[in-house]
Write a protein that binds this ligand. Structure first.
Ligand code: PLP
Length: 388
């Protein structure tokens, strides 16, 4: 029985899938069930950071899988503890809460912000969180409410209260919102991913850091997509020379296994107390072993490579026929063309290149380790399709 037929009959209809069934991956190559080969320029939405079946990652995860797959957070496990130390050492954050997805990492951030303010100013005295228009923070009810796009605010109400939305890169509006509302935090994506690959300006990020300090609010960065080397720095905030109070991440963290993390800075390192938050699967030893491998691999050398590959894509595609703009940071790139983005993705799939859309743009999120030869081949085909 083929997967498409079974899917139509048995899987909840929430995905508008492309008509391909992937069965195998190796490095930056994917194969479908007909034996056709593709170049992966999407990484399963920024997840397969080291590509498919990376040797050191496979070794780390299978070794842990044989040893111990799950214990729960009632007990200590070694990979989780080591991963937390490595993340803190590499980021200057103080503590980590592990979970299973981006939405959960953001839920944790939201709860941390609310509790930080509740502990300091009294319960529900300063509950409001500023997020950005055109943002995306996840699919749970609270993260949908945090998402600053009206299209996400239908059908599932009532939503949790306490979110106000600021135009991206408008520091004046942010100042006004922080003044007019009892705020505990500002939550931002350094590069708006689903919103169309829109990086925040340095001025805005610096203003957000300064204003949150002035108002005793937390600066919380949603690095679910931008994190884990995607932008050419371990975390995107490192491009801006600031230290945030909270960083949420997921997608590429465990190199293909489901894992999220909420990194807590000095101000909030003791906010979560026993019983105040938790998860059964979070920090699972196999996922943690995978993430430990990924974070170790994201060294200065690989980050420099990511920036070089990014420069290559920008220089090859900017100024091309039918290209209106190209935005992004590192290997997170959005290309606005005169063509319909979904049709472009379909055309490229037909030519053996897997890409994504973000709003009206073509979006590229290749594995960070994609060999130059495959990247060149993919970019040549992308260019041909855009110019055709
Ligand atoms: C993908 C994404 C999320 C949601 O992550 P899930 O793992 O799908 O829950 C949240 N924020 C951003 C910025 C994302 O890109």
């Amino acid at each position: 029985m083929d997967a498409m037929t079974l899917d139509r009959e048995y899987i909840a209809g929430c995905y508008g899938r492309f008509p391909v069934t992937f069965v195998k991956g190796e490095g930056a190559a994917l194969w479908d069930d007909m034996g056709r080969e593709y170049i992966d320029m999407g990484s399963g939405i920024a997840v397969s950071a080291l590509g498919h079946g990376d040797k050191s990652w496979l070794k780390a995860t299978t070794k842990q899988l044989r040893r111990l797959c799950h214990a729960s957070n009632l007990y200590y496990t070694k990979p989780q503890a080591k991963l937390a130390r490595l993340l803190c050492e590499k980021t200057g954050m103080k503590k980590v809460f592990f979970c299973n997805s981006g939405a959960e990492a953001n839920e944790c951030a939201i709860k941390v912000a609310r509790k930080y303010a509740a502990d300091k100013f009294g319960d529900e005295q300063r509950p409001v969180i500023v997020t950005l228009k055109n943002s995306f923070h996840g699919r749970t009810l609270a993260t949908l409410a945090a998402t600053g796009q009206d299209v996400f605010h239908h059908s599932f109400g009532p939503f949790p209260d306490g979110f106000v939305y600021c135009e991206a890169n408008n520091a004046q509006e942010l100042e006004q919102l922080l003044r007019d509302n009892p705020c505990c935090a500002v939550l931002l994506e350094p590069v708006q991913g689903e919103g169309g690959v829109v990086p925040l300006t340095k001025e805005f990020m610096l203003a957000a850091r300064r204003l949150t300090e002035e108002h005793d609010c937390l600066l919380m960065l949603d690095e679910v997509q931008t994190g884990n080397g995607r932008t050419g720095q371990l975390y995107a905030y490192m491009h801006y020379g600031i230290q945030p109070d909270v960083v949420s991440t997921a997608k590429g963290l465990a190199g293909g296994l489901p894992m999220g993390a909420c990194l807590l800075g000095e101000k909030v390192q003791d906010t979560l107390t026993p019983g105040s938050h938790g998860t059964t699967f979070g920090g699972n030893p196999v996922c943690a072993a995978g993430a430990l491998c990924v974070i170790k691999r994201l060294d200065d050398e690989l980050m420099a490579e990511v920036r070089q590959k990014s420069d290559y894509i920008f220089s090859e595609l900017s100024g091309c026929k039918n290209v209106k703009s190209i935005t992004g940071l590192g290997l997170m790139i959005g290309i606005e063309t005169t063509k319909d983005a979904r049709a472009l993705v379909e055309g490229l799939l037909g030519r053996g290149v897997v890409t994504l859309t973000a709003k009206t743009k073509l979006r590229l999120l290749p594995p960070l380790t994609i060999p130059m030869e495959q990247l060149q081949r993919a970019v040549r085909i992308i260019k041909e399709e855009i110019e055709a």
